[in-house]
Write a protein that binds this ligand. Structure first.
Ligand code: FAD
Length: 341
């Protein structure tokens, strides 16, 4: 079995490679080095002139471009046929997709066409061996697809010994974006789109598109003031908003706070929300359940404000302030204002 790694490079509305795809190129590059193989990328769209340049700092050696007006915006049938055929032709061994709405639609279609497995929402990817006692077989250099399972109570390592390619989706922010110091332009392979798709792939056409502007940018925030069930009410969240505004940050939330109607779902951080890595994460009235910490434990500095000194979050926080948010946050606002004049 030849070993090579592919990353599906999702193209944004503005015609750039999506951040999650570049993060996967970074991760794929590390895995490729470990295996001593190449990392390749596939991009599909209508204007792909800049893509080779954009991936050049991420160690991609071959870039397969399917460029055609009719391939933008995303349509599941032609895209999955193009990706599946390239992977088949190139005997791909590992394939990584962003766990975006496009990746979540595309990857299962490709997995179904190629009759292989797919692990969704991986939180870590590693290379390792697997020994099967029954058959006395050792499978070398498999992709360990690691993710929380059973409601986050266990961390499962999933492998596909036989059915390759091994495929995984990963959410934005989970892998680090690590551009290489030296840029190297990949070899560009332009594919003849008409050979990869048929008329019937375009059975569905897009009549109209309405794109709602993104309201919050939690992922891009360097400072996040996140509130949990302990914040107590929607009104109390305005305290967090004041602190976040003062610090130039964003308000985030735990699922319990979202489920209680204190704040919108788009601010939820964790396993079923967004994954963040800010410079500063202030967790207010958040206990630190594994499903929450999975989305924020890579923050550079964590401050917890909690009236329970034993709350699990205290174990990962750099600073623990024991007290009620109603007392602590107004003081933080007051002293920050005083000291930053
Ligand atoms: C499949 C699955 C997916 C999930 N996905 C997510 C997810 O994406 N994100 C997420 O967050 N959760 C998720 N959860 C839920 C998770 O298990 C927890 O239930 C949730 O994170 C708890 O939120 P919390 O810490 O705000 O609330 P609690 O656990 O109730 O904690 C409240 C904390 O506030 C403290 N407190 C109370 N009053 C005050 C006060 N006045 N001042 C200071 N502190 C106070 C308490 O001491 C306590 O530590 C998921 C669960 C499952 C099963």
């Amino acid at each position: 079995m030849s070993k090579n790694i592919f990353v599906y490079c999702e193209i944004t509305e503005e015609g750039h490679v999506a951040d999650v795809s570049l993060e996967l190129c970074s991760k794929g590059n590390k895995l490729a080095k470990e295996l001593g193989v190449d990392i390749n990328a596939i991009a599909i769209g209508d204007k792909l002139d800049n893509i080779a340049d954009e991936v050049s700092a991420f160690g991609v050696s071959k870039l397969y471009l399917a460029e055609d007006k009719k391939l933008f915006p995303y349509l599941n049938m032609p895209h999955s046929n193009i990706v599946s055929k390239i992977l088949q032709e190139q005997k791909a061994d590992i394939v990584l997709f962003g766990a975006t709405s496009i990746g979540r639609d595309l990857a299962p279609r490709v997995a179904s066409t190629l009759k292989c497995g797919l692990t969704a929402d991986c939180t870590s990817l590693e290379i390792g061996d697997h020994y099967v006692k029954k058959t006395d077989t050792t499978y070398k250099n498999l992709l360990y697809q690691i993710r929380p399972a059973f409601g986050g109570n266990i961390i499962a390592t999933i492998i596909n010994p036989d059915m390759h390619p091994q495929m995984a989706t990963v959410r934005e922010g989970v892998m680090k974006l690590e551009p290489l110091k030296k840029k190297v332009k990949p070899e560009v392979i332009k594919i003849d789109v008409n050979k990869y798709v048929s008329k019937s792939d375009f059975a569905i056409s897009i009549i109209d598109r309405k794109i709602e502007a993104q309201k919050v940018n939690i992922k891009g925030a360097q400072i996040i003031v996140a509130g949990g069930y302990g914040v107590g009410s929607k009104e109390n969240f305005s305290l967090l908003k004041q602190l976040a505004d003062l610090l130039g940050g964003e308000v985030g939330a735990s699922r319990a706070a979202v489920d209680s109607g204190f704040v919108d779902h788009e601010r939820q951080i964790g396993q079923t929300g967004v994954t963040v890595r800010p410079k500063l994460y202030i967790a207010c009235g958040i206990s630190g359940a594994v499903q929450h910490t999975a989305g924020m434990d890579q923050s550079a500095q964590i401050i917890s404000i909690n009236n329970d000194s034993e709350a699990p979050i205290s174990k990962i926080a750099d600073y623990n302030i024991v007290g009620s948010i109603n007392e602590v946050i107004p003081k933080m606002i007051k002293y920050y204002r005083q000291n930053s004049k």
